[in-house]
Design a protein around this ligand. Structure first.
Ligand SMILES: C[S@@+](CC[C@H](N)C(=O)[O-])C[C@H]1O[C@@H](n2cnc3c(N)ncnc32)[C@H](O)[C@@H]1O
Length: 269
């Protein structure tokens, strides 16, 4: 069993993995630098453990312990138990979903290793919103995408919000950073991938008319400006999801669900 410790002092240095969780600017620098990420809620904690991630420590209210302690037992990490008020003071918010686990990051696989086993991939260029990143991973897992590549500037898939919104899919779907960017897209083409630059640009091929057969890479752009010219120019084809009159584009996660479904249906044809 883990080492269960009651904590009452919000400044207890042993809780430092869990401090200031609402400070996105701080946490997005701190977590990769310190090699950790935070899994939130019983389901996500259990999925992180099942995916082979090792816990550094856990912070929870006592009532959530029964759901996680058996899975934590082999790891012997400290389990800090506190009341709701202490959790709020340490983290900066009301932790409704119970347990928080600080997990150790693992080295990312190489681009070649990811490509070697994937036939359908998605590439995210510079998404800034962690919710969108998590939602794309969830869609990828649900709709049969084998792997995710993220550009160097793309928001961190292991940031707490991404992990939570993905329902743990970021822990299960293989992913890595595509570097150098955008030259990594040339490596996809060299490996035989058809690369689809997803854009609402009316000059692109309409999704129903596009060749989506694998190996295929769906390339999605950032929330504001869409794909950069450098990324677009390296893709095989520009593909658009036809929009009804008056609507210029879809949210990137919504667009991902539409195109992933089409890619999955095309592969089965
Ligand atoms: C909010 S959109 C960006 C809109 C931006 N004005 C543009 O022209 O791409 C974010 C991303 O979602 C994808 N997307 C959104 N709507 C799309 C559509 N109708 N067809 C294809 N891709 C779309 C694209 O990859 C886009 O880069």
């Amino acid at each position: 069993m883990g080492h269960v410790v009651a904590v009452t002092d919000v400044r207890d240095p042993r809780l430092s993995d869990f401090t200031d969780l609402t400070d996105v600017a701080l946490r997005r620098v701190r977590e990769p630098a310190e090699g950790l990420f935070v899994a939130e809620g019983e389901k996500v904690v259990l999925r992180a453990l099942a995916a082979g991630y090792a816990p550094r420590s856990v912070l929870t209210e006592a009532k959530w312990l029964p759901g996680i302690e058996a899975a934590l037992a082999p790891h012997g990490c400290p389990i800090y138990v506190a009341d709701a008020e202490v959790l709020r003071a340490v983290t900066g918010y009301n932790v409704h979903r119970g347990a928080l686990a600080s997990m150790r990051r693992r080295p990312l696989p190489s681009l070649d290793d990811v490509l070697a086993t994937a036939q359908r991939i998605v590439v995210l260029e510079d998404l800034v919103d962690h919710t969108n990143v998590g939602a794309v991973f969830r869609n990828a897992a649900a709709l049969g995408i084998d792997a995710v590549l993220v550009s160097p500037e793309c928001a961190d898939p292991l940031y707490r919000r991404s992990v939570k919104v993905s329902m743990g899919a970021v822990l299960a779907v293989p992913w890595t950073r595509a570097e150098p960017w955008p030259d990594a897209l040339d490596r996809l083409r060299a490996n035989g991938f058809r690369t689809l630059a997803m854009s609402p640009d009316p000059r692109g091929t309409a999704l129903p008319d596009a060749d989506l057969s694998p190996p295929v890479a769906v390339v999605l752009g950032t929330e504001g400006e869409g794909l950069t010219p450098g990324a677009r120019d390296r893709c095989t084809t520009s593909v658009r999801i036809p929009m009804a009159a008056g609507v210029d584009s879809l949210n990137v996660a919504a667009a991902s669900a539409v195109v992933f479904y089409a890619v999955g249906s095309s592969s089965q044809a």
